[in-house]
Design a protein around this ligand. Structure first.
Ligand code: ZN
Length: 469
């Protein structure tokens, strides 16, 4: 089947021009200023922007919450993600209880992700340090996984990776072309500050931010970057939220070290005041780690994106409903960390970033699609509109005016962090490998349409970032 997207303005990470995109089957086969091609399906994109489908490289579908012993919303809720313009996620594959990295990844591909509406690559994720994981690392590229996540925070829980283990993971990963991703927060200091809050009776969600100040993130980011420098291997810092951590990345990049970093929609568009709301149920929704910051940190993150210190904007999506959040309402340390956001990342970033003049359209495409595809070794199959790439395309209507409403695009849980926020422009049509799966901002695809995507090793992925200046 052939499809022609006509009359739209094509925006890629590199440029912007009038372009008709011809698709044959799952691939893009030609791009011309004015195509005369005949096609089975014609999509008129007059007055709209045609961009590569979003790549969200930080999601947690069907993952055990850190509190409450329940899973986050699963892949059957990824229809909302596609409606939001994202066609590929790189989801975290935590170790299942008592299982190693490989078995957990295989189980995810074969069982957990069978209803996925988005294509997905995977990151290995250490959630239970056992000797066997060091032998498993070398097998990861063979099964299409080329990144591994370590949590420097959450001391006292099986998630925590101590510095010795992190150093060993960095060394092992280097040998096999795997990029190490770190959640950089100093867990010991957080634990101490949390205990202080609890002793003082300071239990409201606002103390989540008090007990996780920016310096704990900056310190751990500097430590992780230093260990990666000694191990002489690339490192990727997840969810950067403050100037201190961004500066650490910038300094390392200036030295020539291979360091990459991301931030999240929530750290760019929300601030600490959301945690300070009187209504504890409301405030609890905004508990994610690191914590929401002051406005001056928010401004610093936009600067860091523009100067290429940070390379991607991700959702850190965790479908944790109030049924799980409610367990800790009497003590913030017991509230499950994380919130949904994969469905809102692109529309929020368009309105808050592009239409408010904070980032260019090219930077927008870079940080929501092209860079994540490169970093995760799935470019140019994903993250780009070019001949031979998968026909994953989102069409955005810049004239749309409305507000975010959970009811318009249910995300699998009972709230949306961005409820009521203004939208100027919205994704209204999405193609996944050539097939129209979203029309008029409604899902018309099939559950289970998403496929596992193999990642390549960091060599190509990392160096690919150099051509974006
Ligand atoms: Zn995360």
């Amino acid at each position: 089947m052939t499809t022609l997207i006509k009359n739209g303005i094509l925006i890629t990470a590199y440029n912007e021009h009038k372009g008709d995109v011809l698709i044959d089957g799952e691939k893009i086969v030609s791009i011309e200023a004015e195509s005369k091609a005949l096609a089975d399906v014609i999509i008129d994109a007059s007055g709209k922007y045609v961009m590569p489908g979003g790549v969200d490289p930080h999601t947690h579908f069907s993952a055990l919450c850190n509190v409450g012993n329940q899973d986050t919303a699963g892949y059957e809720t990824t229809d909302a993600v596609v409606v939001g313009g994202t066609t590929t996620i790189v989801d975290y594959a935590p170790q299942d209880i008592g299982k190693g990295l490989l078995d957990s990844i295989k189980y995810r591909i074969n069982v957990r992700a069978k209803d996925s509406c988005v294509d997905y690559a995977l990151h290995a994720m250490i959630t239970d340090v056992m000797d066997s994981i060091f032998d498993e690392i070398q097998e990861l590229p063979r099964i299409g996984v080329t990144s591994i996540k370590c949590f420097m925070a959450y001391n006292g829980s099986p998630l925590h990776v101590d510095d010795g283990t992190l150093y060993k993971v960095l060394q092992k990963s280097k040998e096999y072309g795997i990029t190490v991703f770190v959640h950089a927060e100093n867990g010991e200091i957080i634990h101490t500050l949390q205990q202080d809050c609890v002793k003082m009776g300071d239990l409201h969600p606002r103390y989540h931010a008090v007990s996780r100040p920016a310096f704990v993130e900056t310190e751990a980011t500097r430590r992780a970057i230093y260990l990666a420098q000694i191990a002489d291997t690339p490192i990727y810092i997840v969810h950067v939220t403050c100037k201190g951590a961004a500066d650490a990345i910038k300094e390392a990049k200036c030295r020539g070290q291979k360091v990459m970093g991301e931030t999240c929609t929530q750290y760019l568009t929300l601030d600490r005041s959301y945690l300070e709301q009187k209504d504890i149920r409301e405030a609890a929704k905004y508990i994610c780690s690191p914590a929401l910051r002051d406005l001056k940190e928010v401004d610093a993150l936009w600067d860091a994106l523009n100067e290429r210190t940070l390379n991607a904007v991700v959702s850190d999506h965790c479908g944790i409903g109030m049924n799980i959040k409610q367990y800790g309402l009497d003590n913030f340390t017991n509230i499950a960390n994380g919130a949904p956001g994969a469905a809102d990342r692109i529309n929020m970033l368009w309105t808050e970033g592009v239409t408010k003049g904070r980032i260019s359209k090219q930077t927008f495409v870079q940080i929501i699609s092209t860079n994540p595809a490169k970093i995760n070794g799935i470019y140019p199959q994903k993250g780009h509109i070019d001949i031979g790439s998968d026909a994953d395309i989102m069409i955005l209507d810049p004239s749309y005016k409305g507000t975010v409403r959970l009811a318009d695009n249910p995300n699998g849980v009972d709230y949306n962090l961005y409820e009521g926020k203004e939208l100027n422009g919205r994704v209204d049509t999405v193609l996944l490998r050539g097939k129209v799966v979203v029309e008029k901002a409604k899902f018309i695809g099939e559950f289970g349409q998403g496929r596992f995507v193999h990642s390549n090793s960091f060599g190509a992925a990392y160096h690919g970032l150099d051509d974006i200046k």
